[in-house]
Design a protein around this ligand. Structure first.
Ligand code: IPM
Ligand code: MG
Length: 355
């Protein structure tokens, strides 16, 4: 199985190293043969090749079974022009591979209950949801976009635009995901204000006809943000556009204890999927062996499940993570009383050992 590895910037290389160690442990136990090859993306690619997404990286990704990514970005590259920013590399590879569906599961590990930010009576009801975020359209990519001078002052503008075909295909992923879980799908939009959201809602309702077993609801995004902290147990699957999904998935992540725990899968109609933690490059933690590698390790599990069709091996990793938490190992972001503080490396080794 050919895996292209894009460590990227900041803590990216450290967390990816641990995920690879865990995959290697899976390989030793099961005989699965992984072939890893590294490529450049983000700030390190700007430094080495003058662009955040070299063509060679796109080609390597296209020729592989799956892509595992760390994180991109950092203060060093913050003042570059928009086309050279590390984030452009990430947006570019999502677009180039046609990865329109981003699955971001947010579940509360029982061992981390006390790290959850919500009141115990709310936590008791549990958190187990998936944000299905549209990833290659909406205001992130809409044209026209720009910054210019009009009537003697600067204006910045973007365009939130969805074609019905784009809404339909992500709605299908939402329904399919819900059909395999608790069969409740909540579509999030801003249809009380935005035309693009009114179309979104109509198309989602049309697709619903094909999934009578799934219960569909709609929420405005402001209400959804509020409901997520008020009672996340009401949600099974949320489906939403690119920007709303970006925001809501950070919120969903942090209420489970730490953004350092949440994996993601980005999938297209066909071709390789891309797997990455939902958190960023945490430049201030970089190189200090303090990062939490679990979101990346859990992303590797998603890779086994969705791109490689290896459900059992995916479970193996997820069980090993749970066992490691059970053993009381914690990185700083999820540290609790009575647990043992460990670094990125020790956490990764422990999970690999448990595999
Ligand atoms: C994410 C990140 C990215 C996004 C950034 C780094 C471009 O926040 O994956 O959620 O906005 O999609
Ligand atoms: Mg984000």
């Amino acid at each position: 199985m050919k895996i292209t590895v894009l460590p990227g910037d900041g803590i990216g290389p450290e967390i990816v190293e641990q995920a690879l160690a865990v995959l290697e442990a899976v390989g030793r136990r099961t005989g699965l043969d992984f072939e890893f090859s590294e490529a450049l993306i983000g700030g390190v690619a700007v430094d080495a090749a003058g662009t955040p997404l070299p063509e060679a990286t796109v080609e390597a990704c296209r020729a592989s079974d799956a892509v595992l990514l760390g994180a991109v970005g950092g203060p060093k590259w913050d003042d570059l022009e928009p086309a050279l920013r590390p984030e452009k590399g990430l947006l570019g590879i999502r677009k180039a591979l046609g990865l329109f569906a981003n699955l971001r599961p947010a579940a509360l590990f029982p061992q981390l209950r006390s790290a959850c930010l919500l009141r115990p009576d709310i936590v008791a009801r549990g958190v187990d949801l998936v944000v299905v975020r549209e990833l290659t359209g909406g205001v992130y990519f809409g044209e026209p976009r720009g910054m210019e001078e009009r009537d003697g002052e600067r204006v910045g503008f973007n365009n939130m635009i969805y074609r019905e075909s784009e809404v339909r295909r992500i709605a299908r992923v939402g329904f399919e995901t819900a059909a395999r879980r608790a069969k409740r799908l909540c579509s999030v939009d801003k249809a009380n204000v935005l035309e693009v959201s009114r179309l979104w809602r109509k198309v989602v309702e049309e697709v619903a006809a094909d999934y009578p077993e799934v219960e569909l609801s709609h929420l405005y995004v402001d209400n959804a943000a509020m409901q997520l902290v008020r009672d996340p147990s009401q949600f099974d699957v949320l489906v939403t556009g690119n920007l709303f999904g970006d925001i809501l998935s950070d919120e969903a992540a942090v209420i489970t204890g730490s953004i350092g725990m949440l994996p993601s899968a980005s999938l297209g109609e066909s071709g390789p999927g891309l797997y990455e933690p939902i958190h960023g490059s945490a430049p201030r933690k970089a190189g200090q062996d303090r990062a939490n590698p679990l979101a990346t390790i859990l992303s590797a599990a998603m890779m086994l499940r969705y791109s490689l069709g290896r459900e059992q091996e995916a479970r193996m990793i997820e069980d090993a993570v749970e066992r490691t938490l059970e053993q009381g190992l914690r990185t700083g972001d999820i540290m609790q009383d009575g647990c043992r503080l460990v670094g990125c490396r020790e956490m990764g080794r422990a999970v690999a050992g448990n595999v």
